[in-house]
Design a protein around this ligand. Structure first.
Ligand SMILES: Cc1cc2nc3c(=O)[nH]c(=O)nc-3n(C[C@H](O)[C@H](O)[C@H](O)COP(=O)(O)OP(=O)(O)OC[C@H]3O[C@@H](n4cnc5c(N)ncnc54)[C@H](O)[C@@H]3O)c2cc1C
Ligand code: FES
Length: 287
């Protein structure tokens, strides 16, 4: 017997402002600063997200914050959020336990359009916390590799200890689905790093052998990373029409009403966070 499920948009009648209470079913450390939460919707509901989208997470008395969905819609029955303890809401969330509830609005924002990317070679480039939104696309590719051409992952972090999703990184590098290259800016104390190179993430780009006509690069990371990574990709022959970026801006409403996330006339919450580079390269301050 098939079980009917509704998406959050259907359940709230398209209501953008009404959070749905969802249960934390597991919580585990990614690093001392970041935790991974697995969340379940109430019975009969599913989030109905696409890779690259975000939700607004709320806890009574602590406000709300946008958090990227870190798992693929191909993994059913739950979704995951990788959360850094950065302030009021995220600090309160880190203190919650299995069985506790959080409010969820969304999913919101533009997404990595996997239908448009079908058949393409993808170079998936994540820096630091950028692996959180990228992971939803990586898991999608892992679950449906036949939809794409060659899949390459580049991931850079400050130190080995700062690397998120270490188990996934190991699994992806062992799998036949991905070609993986990892880097760290440096090591501290008695740390050692034998899974890749020491240097900024840009050192991983020149050695790539690309079928330039059929390649799309996707970049998610800290603001400083974009300019340098884009310059290296252009040196390899990629045009702006072949580069996708996901941008992070301070947000409040998440639904295009408050203007907090505006870059000129573009609202990061509804026009983004995922953009083709040629859509935004003329926007002052976007990159
Ligand atoms: C689309 C999107 C996706 C995101 N995904 C994730 C994710 O997957 N995981 C994750 O951990 N984080 C993610 N973030 C970042 C997260 O939403 C922020 O760090 C958020 O501020 C945390 O809320 P908080 O209440 O815990 O922190 P806050 O108490 O808001 O403080 C966090 C930091 O923001 C600064 N700040 C506060 N107000 C302002 C303001 N008006 N302007 C500029 N800076 C301000 C504070 O000084 C502090 O340094 C995402 C953000 C966006 C826009
Ligand atoms: S966050 Fe309010 S308009 Fe984008």
């Amino acid at each position: 017997m098939s079980v009917m499920t509704k998406t959050t948009a259907e359940a709230t009648g398209g209501q953008l402002y009404q959070p749905i209470l969802c249960k934390i079913v597991s919580k585990r450390d990614l690093t001392p600063m970041e935790k991974l939460f697995r969340i379940e919707m109430p019975e009969g509901l599913e989030l109905g997200h696409r890779p690259g989208q975000f939700v607004q997470v709320s806890i009574l008395g602590y406000g709300e914050a946008p958090i990227s969905i870190s798992s693929s819609p191909t993994r059913k029955g739950y979704f995951e959020l990788g959360v850094r303890n950065a302030g009021t809401l995220t600090g309160a969330m880190h203190a919650l336990n299995e069985g506790d509830k959080i409010g969820i609005r969304g999913p919101f924002g533009t997404f990595f359009d996997v239908e448009k990317l079908a058949g393409k070679d993808l170079v998936l480039i994540a820096g630091g916390c950028g692996l959180a939104p990228m992971r939803s696309l990586l898991q999608y590719c892992q679950d449906r590799p036949s939809e794409f051409g060659k899949l390459t992952i580049l991931y850079g972090a400050k130190t080995p200890a700062d690397r998120l999703y270490k188990e996934d990184l190991l699994e992806w590098s062992k799998s036949d689905t991905f070609a993986c290259s990892y880097a760290v800016d440096g090591v501290s104390g008695n740390e050692c790093f034998d899974e890749g190179q020491i240097g900024l993430i840009t050192v991983l780009i020149p050695p790539l052998s690309l079928d330039v006509q059929n390649t799309v690069a996707v970049i998610v990371g800290p603001p400083i990373m974009y300019r340098f990574v884009i310059a290296e990709l252009k040196k390899k022959g990629l045009a702006e029409e072949q580069i996708i970026v996901s941008l992070e801006r301070y947000m409040k409403c998440g639904v295009g009403k408050c203007g907090h996330c505006a870059i000129e006339h573009t609202y990061c919450c509804i026009d983004g966070p995922v953009f083709w580079l040629n859509q935004i390269s003329n926007l002052k301050g976007a990159i």
